[in-house]
Design a protein around this ligand. Structure first.
Ligand code: KG4
Ligand code: ZN
Length: 358
C-alpha cells in the first residue's frame, strides 16, 4: 500500500512515497534554512511563500523518484498541525486538492506523531521492533515532550516544556553568541572542543509536574554570562563570517576563543542532562520497555553519546539524521496505521497550529 505524504509545518517543504509504512520509496526535502539563516530564525511570512514555490516540484519529484502515479496511491497524507499556520496550509491545501482531484483519500497526521513514527519505522526496518509501552522523548525546535506510547499508538503526555523547546534553546543561545541559524548543529559541532564542566548551570526546582522541562532559566544564565564577559568583538567577527555563507567547523573555531567553547560545551551538557534525567524518571513511572528519541535535537551527537553511556535497562532508539529533522517519510509512516484503520480525514479539516497529541 502506497502513501504520498506531505509535510510543510515549519521551514521544510517535504514529500515522500512510503510503502506499507516502512519502505521509503522516495523522500524529498527542500529546506529553507539558508534563507531564514539571514534573519536568525524562521520568518513565517517568508516560509509560507517559499512553501508555495516549492510544493509542486517537491511533490512531483517524490512521485517521479518512486515511479508512482496518482492512480497507484492508496492515500495522501498531510501534516495538519502543530506548526506555523501559513506553512501548514500550503501542504495541507495541496494535499486536499490532490485528494479531491484524484479521489484518493486524505489522511491527517499530527507532526509530533510523525517524529515518533520515524523511529518506529526505522527500528522495524532494522528488524528490531519497538516494544511497548514505549517512552517517546520528542525534542525539536518547537517541542520538548515526553509521551507514553502504547502498542495501539495511544499517547499519554507525561511531561513537556513549560517555556522554550530544547531546539529553541540551542537556536537562541547560538543567535545570542553570533552563530548562524539553526544553532543546534553548530553547537553540536563546537561543543566537543570545550570543557562541559567549565560553567556550572543550575536549574530551579520545578513546582507541579516533576517531569516537565524548563529551558528559559538556562537561556537567561547564558545571557548573564555573556553580559559579564567582554564578547562584542568576537560576536561581531562571527556575524561577519556568516554573512552570505555557511561556515565550516574550522572557520567557526578560528573566531571562537576557548572560554566560549567551554560555554557552549557546558550549555549542551546542561540540556542533555535535563533531557535524560526527566526521560529516565518518566520511563520508571510507566515501566517503559523502550526509549524513543526523535525530532531535530535527536541529531545531537552529545545526546546520543550520553544515552549510550547511560546503559539504560531498555533499548534506546534514535532516528538516522535524515529522519530526525523534518521530513515527509515520517508522516507517511504515521499515516499507515490510520490507512489500515481507514481513518480518513474530511476535505474540510482545518490546519491546526496548536494541535496536541495527548
Ligand atoms: O524537527 P525539526 O527539524 O523541526 C521542528 O519540528 O522544530 O527540529 C529543528 C530543531 C532546531 O531547533 C535545530 O537547532 C535542532 O532541531 N537541531 C539540533 C541538531 N540538529 C538540529 N539541535 C542540537 N543538535 C543537533 N545536532
Ligand atoms: Zn519537527
Amino acid at each position: 500500500m502506497r502513501i504520498l505524504a506531505i509535510e510543510s509545518s515549519c521551514d521544510e517543504t517535504a514529500a515522500a512515497v512510503v510503502e506499507d509504512g516502512r519502505t521509503v520509496l522516495s523522500s524529498v526535502v527542500a529546506s529553507q534554512m539558508v534563507m531564514h539563516g539571514k534573519y536568525g530564525g524562521v520568518v513565517p511570512e517568508l516560509a509560507s511563500r517559499e512553501h508555495l514555490r516549492a510544493i509542486v516540484p517537491v511533490v512531483r519529484e517524490a512521485l517521479a523518484e518512486s515511479r508512482t502515479s496518482l492512480a497507484e496511491l492508496d492515500a495522501i497524507a498531510a501534516t495538519v498541525g502543530p506548526g506555523l499556520v501559513g506553512s501548514l496550509l500550503v501542504g495541507l491545501t495541496y494535499a486536499k486538492s490532490l485528494s479531491f482531484a484524484s479521489g484518493v483519500p486524505l489522511i491527517a497526521v499530527n507532526h509530533i506523531e510523525g517524529h515518533i513514527h520515524a523511529v518506529i519505522m526505522e527500528a522495524a526496518r532494522a528488524g528490531a521492533a519497538v516494544e511497548y509501552p514505549a517512552l517517546a522523548l520528542v525534542v525539536s525546535g518547537g517541542h520538548t515532550h515526553l509521551f507514553e506510547v502504547s502498542a495501539g499508538f495511544q499517547y499519554r503526555l507525561l511531561g513537556r516544556t513549560r517555556d522554550d523547546a530544547a531546539g529553541e534553546a540551542f537556536d537562541k543561545v547560538a543567535k545570542l553568541l553570533g552563530f548562524g541559524y539553526p544553532g543546534g548543529p553548530i553547537i553540536d559541532r563546537l561543543a566537543p572542543h570545550g570543557d562541559p564542566y567549565a560553567v556550572r548551570f543550575t536549574f530551579a526546582k520545578m513546582k507541579g509536574n516533576a517531569l516537565d522541562f524548563s529551558f528559559s532559566g538556562l537561556k537567561t544564565a547564558v545571557l548573564r554570562w555573556v553580559q559579564a564577559h567582554e564578547m562584542a568583538d568576537e560576536i561581531a567577527r562571527r556575524t561577519l563570517l556568516r554573512d552570505g555563507c555557511q561556515p565550516t567547523t574550522e572557520q567557526w573555531l578560528a573566531v571562537t576563543p576557548p572560554r566560549t567553547l567551554d560555554l557552549l560545551a557546558s550549555f549542551q551538557h546542561a540540556v542533555i542532562h535535563e533531557l535524560l534525567t526527566r526521560a529516565t524518571a518518566s520511563a520508571e513511572t510507566m515501566d517503559a520497555r523502550t526509549l524513543i528519541v526523535s525530532g531535530g535535537v535527536a541529531c545531537n551527537s552529545g545526546l546520543r553519546q550520553a544515552a549510550r553511556s547511560a546503559k539504560l535497562p531498555y533499548p534506546v532508539y534514535f532516528p538516522s539524521p535524515g529522519l530526525s529533522t523534518d521530513n515527509a517519510a515520517m508522516i507517511g509512516a504515521a499515516a499507515f496505521p490510520k490507512l489500515l484503520r481507514r481513518e480518513f480525514a474530511s476535505l474540510e479539516i482545518p490546519a491546526q497550529a496548536n494541535l496536541t497529541l495527548a
